[in-house]
Design a protein around this ligand. Sequence first.
Ligand code: OAD
Length: 244
Amino acid sequence: MVFSSALNLLKQRLIDARSIVVLTGAGISADSGIPTFRGADGLWRTYRAEDLATPEAFERDPRLVWEWYNWRRELIAAKRPNSAHEALVELEKRHERFWLITQNVDGLHRDAGSRKLSEIHGNIWMVRCTQCGCVEENRSIPIAILPACVRCTGLLRPHIVWFGESLDPTDMARCDKVLQTCDILLIIGTSGVVYPAAGFAAVAKRAGAFIGEINPDETPQTALADVSLRGRAKEVVPLLLHGR
Ligand code: OAD
């Protein structure tokens, strides 16, 4: 399907939808200048995210993991939401039944004004004590290495869901519910290789939803998509709202 026909079809589906779910990944924030995980600029030193974002990596070398997060915190703090984040806020305003699921921990959707939102992998500005479990906001840049809990002096870790860890059951229940009942799932800027989010398209498709994908590249979800728009989030997502 040529781009303009695919765009018009997706726009019409959004206009007609009674319930919309959007799933985003690092690609939407790439347009704000934050490197994706699996892109060429996603490496930190010689490490891949999978080498650092694990409980084992933190147990082995918490200093190294915190250095990586300090690098990412500094990078993210200077970035602002882009026109794709803003267009999703507008979509939320226009539709009563709307839910945004993001794998991004950068907080840019929240900064843009999204409120009907699950940050399923957590948020980089939240920390959790490995001893007493308390969770709090911490926006220090850099964070003191190694950071200690103010209540019990236990070691703090990022409040982020790492590889091998389970997602918050409340978030998962919410995601499952909205995916089972949506008319349309819009997937923006994710490589679709990290579960459980990588399985969300199949869940929505089985439940009868129309699937739209926005990504410059093909992904494993492309085969499930009814419409695939090849392009950058900040250019394509705002087009979905034009002329309405
Ligand atoms: P990836 O880095 O795996 O994939 C980013 C996707 O964005 C790719 O499919 C790119 O083609 C696409 N992309 C790049 N630039 C884009 C643009 N301007 N507009 C739209 N799309 C663009 O990131 P995720 O799929 O988010 O988990 O990765 C999933 C999870 O793996 C992350 O949440 C993170 C990571 O390890 C944790 O940290 C737990």
